[in-house]
Design a protein around this ligand. Structure first.
Ligand code: GLA
Length: 436
């Protein structure tokens, strides 16, 4: 943009820090001009230099953080399978298994300890890891995970306590962020329990500022359950944001929590809640429909295949939540399915959308970087059904001929004109790419 460096700075800072930017802008448009011209020119020039330098800093910072999670983060998290039963032994074994099981080669990077690793704060307010479960401490554990060529993640909470009653980060944001950076943390999941009347956006912006100040690039995973519609404000704050309450390891149905509150969601309830959110996702900032349940035992293998396919079409973070130390081959095959992961990780970073729904039969489509489409034909019903997708559903002219490839079978199905259809088993998907 042509114009003064100050105004150019205003644009760049707009992304990074609204309050600072407004202060700076106000200084220039509102302060009356009383000084002589040469002094004014010198001041404008000097401030221009300062603005330039600070713009460079801001630009470097924002491009560095936008490179983080350029594609949806892939990793493993302890919560879905182990809940509070976490320890350094478990995490070491999981890091080993990430390598030996082929998960690392398939693209999984982050090993994240969810709730319950922390037990207290010391006299200086430093967060303390449970010494019984993590006797060697977090730095040693992070080093071990890094030694495997993986990245290390932790969990905290924007409120006074985590969801399991451990110390939260409220009031300790900068101290905690410094501590995480010193330990070598690469990923922070930040929950929303015990937040009383806190404002979601400013609470997460505060932790964003604390992570920036720590000087370490840390993927910031906002776990606010979608309550304040984070897709409207969290681009530039977090790299991913939960869009819903917690997933459960079942195909469908809401179930009340033990305390009577409503409700945990089945996989397909979570899926329905993603409709309409696609435009908010992109490189560095993703909608998060919650972690994977693949392999945890509550769904059939074909239901897990559907769950994984749908998360891939949604460009969702692929955070495995099962015990990868003892995966059955069919579960490992799902989690490491190369062509399906490629859909999730496509560099264009477009989230797929539901383009057709007729009762239990749905078509989901995701535009890929080369102009082709990944397509999931989903049968939510209990009878085998034929599901058709027209090129019109995919945004293609009807007269086009396109190659169709089955991603689970890894097989070219041939050339099709105007439409493609396949028979889909109950609670299953067929997943293809369509390449004109
Ligand atoms: C919340 C989050 C879950 C998990 C638990 C841990 O419910 O949504 O993903 O982190 O807290 O207590």
């Amino acid at each position: 943009m042509a114009g003064s460096p100050i105004l150019a700075g205003f644009d760049a800072l707009d992304f990074a820090d609204h309050r600072f930017k407004r202060g700076k802008f106000t200084l220039f448009v509102e302060r009356p001009v009383r000084r002589s011209a040469p002094i004014l020119i010198a001041v404008v020039f000097l401030l221009g230099l300062v603005a330039d330098a600070s713009d460079r800093d801001e630009t470097t910072k924002s491009s560095a953080s936008s490179l983080l999670a350029a594609t949806p983060p892939m990793g493993w998290n302890s919560w879905n399978k182990f809940a509070c039963n976490v320890s350094e032994d478990l995490i070491r074994q999981i890091a080993d298994a990430m390598v030996t099981s082929g998960m690392k080669d398939a693209g999984y990077q982050y090993v994240v300890i969810d709730d319950c690793w922390q037990i207290d704060r010391d006299g200086q307010g430093n967060i303390v890891a449970d010494p019984k479960r993590f006797p060697a401490g977090m730095k040693a554990l992070a080093d071990y995970v890094h030694g495997k060529g993986l990245k290390f993640g932790l969990y905290s909470d924007a409120g006074t306590k985590t969801c399991q009653g451990r110390p939260g980060s409220r009031g300790y944001e900068f101290q905690d962020a410094r501590q995480y950076a010193a330990w070598g943390v690469d990923y922070l999941k930040f929950d929303w329990c015990e937040t009383s009347t806190q404002d979601a956006r400013s609470s997460y912006e505060l932790m964003r500022a604390a992570l920036d100040a720590s000087g370490r690039p840390i993927v910031f995973s906002i776990c606010e359950w979608g309550t304040s519609k984070p897709w409207l404000w969290a681009n530039g704050v977090g790299n991913l944001w939960r869009t819903t309450g917690d997933i459960s390891d079942r195909w469908e149905g809401k179930v009340k929590w033990p305390n009577g509150d409503c409700c945990s969601n089945g996989m397909t309830e979570i899926l329905d809640l993603q409709v309409g959110l696609a435009s908010y996702a992109g490189p560095g900032h993703w909608n998060d429909p919650d972690m994977l349940e693949v392999g945890n035992g509550g769904m059939t293998v074909s239901e897990y295949r559907a769950h994984f396919s749908l998360w891939a079409i949604l460009a969702a973070p692929l955070i495995a939540g099962n015990d990868i130390r003892e995966m059955k081959p069919d579960i490992r095959q799902i989690l490491t399915k190369k062509e399906v992961i490629e859909v999730d990780q496509d560099v264009a970073g477009k989230e797929g959308q539901r383009v057709r729904k007729e009762g239990n039969l749905e078509v989901w489509s995701k535009p890929l970087h080369d102009g082709s489409r990944a397509v999931v034909l989903l049968n939510r019903g209990i009878d085998e059904k034929n599901i058709a997708v027209s090129w019109e559903d995919l945004g293609y002219p009807t007269h086009l001929t396109a190659k169709v490839r089955d991603l689970w079978q890894e097989k070219e199905l041939g050339e099709f004109k105007g439409m493609f259809s396949a028979s889909v088993a109950p609670h299953s998907v067929v997943m293809v790419t369509v390449r004109p």
